[in-house]
Design a protein around this ligand. Structure first.
Ligand code: PEP
Length: 256
């Protein structure tokens, strides 16, 4: 089955509104944009509107990096699904390991965010991935099973096409250590099998699973070229137009 590639840039807490406009204009100028790939950029909340405007009618789609699950109310500092949508986001990332590590995100809160985002027709990138100690203790698959099952509890099969999973081993994020293509493909195959067990083999075959963790132009082709790797979630390298575009081009080459 051929699955449309997704190349997504998680800008984390980087880029002001002006810098957001500059980076998007730089990406546009490089001539790497294509509708053959879902190209997503995730700036901070404050720059969502500017990013959507700068993207205009190109193939760049805008994502928020997080979302709260309530619609409105006394939740100081939180932003609701409808608010990020109104600001121009078509996608949202949930469950990033930095949110799990530093902001108390749990499988249960990932699940609440996923369901709330789907309820307003946002597309969602759900992040899963094991920590170094967990990998060393042979718990990688158990962690992926727990996180995937937890995230999808109560999510109907009809909503699955709005969802993409990102496998991001925590030990490879921002560290320069990449999972080998074999390690990534093995983890992705395991996640796909878990989706099959939760839903159906057809749903699992259609699910797009991205790899994230120090993806850069030199390693992109090998990773994205693997059977179960349907694109990349990129942190550091997505902050440079040349690198982001090079990963898009590498991805396209693997699926030519
Ligand atoms: C990320 O933040 O999702 C990520 C994978 O970061 P990096 O590419 O910098 O490792």
């Amino acid at each position: 089955m051929s699955r449309k590639l997704v190349i997504a840039g998680n800008w984390k807490m980087n880029n002001t509104i002006d810098q957001t406009r500059e980076l998007i204009h730089a990406i546009k100028k490089r001539g790497c944009l294509t509708h053959k790939v879902d190209i997503v950029v995730a700036p901070p909340f404050t720059a969502l509107r500017a990013a959507a405007k700068a993207a205009g009618d190109t193939s760049i789609q805008v994502a928020a990096q997080n979302v709260f699950w309530e619609e409105s109310g006394a939740y100081t500092g939180e932003v609701s699904p409808i608010m990020i949508k109104e600001a121009g986001a078509k996608w949202v990332i949930v469950g990033h390991s930095e949110r799990r590590q530093y902001f108390g995100e749990t499988d249960e809160t990932v699940n609440r965010r996923l369901k709330a985002a789907l309820a307003v027709d946002l597309k969602v990138i759900v992040c899963v991935g094991e920590m170094l100690e967990e990998r060393e203790a042979g718990q990688t698959f158990a962690v992926l099973d727990r996180q995937t099952t937890g995230a999808f509890t109560g999510v109907g099969a009809a909503d699955l096409e709005q969802v993409v999973i990102a496998y991001e081993p925590v030990w490879a994020i921002g560290t320069g250590k990449t999972a080998t293509a074999d390690q990534a493909d093995e983890a992705h195959a395991h996640i796909r099998a878990r989706v099959a067990a939760l839903y159906t083999p057809e749903a699992a075959a259609a699910m797009r699973i991205l790899y994230g963790g120090s993806v850069k132009p030199p390693n992109a082709k090998e990773l994205i070229g693997r059977e179960h790797v349907d694109g990349a979630l990129i942190g550091g390298a997505s902050l440079k137009a040349a690198d982001f575009c090079a990963v898009i081009t590498a991805g396209l080459e693997t699926h030519a």
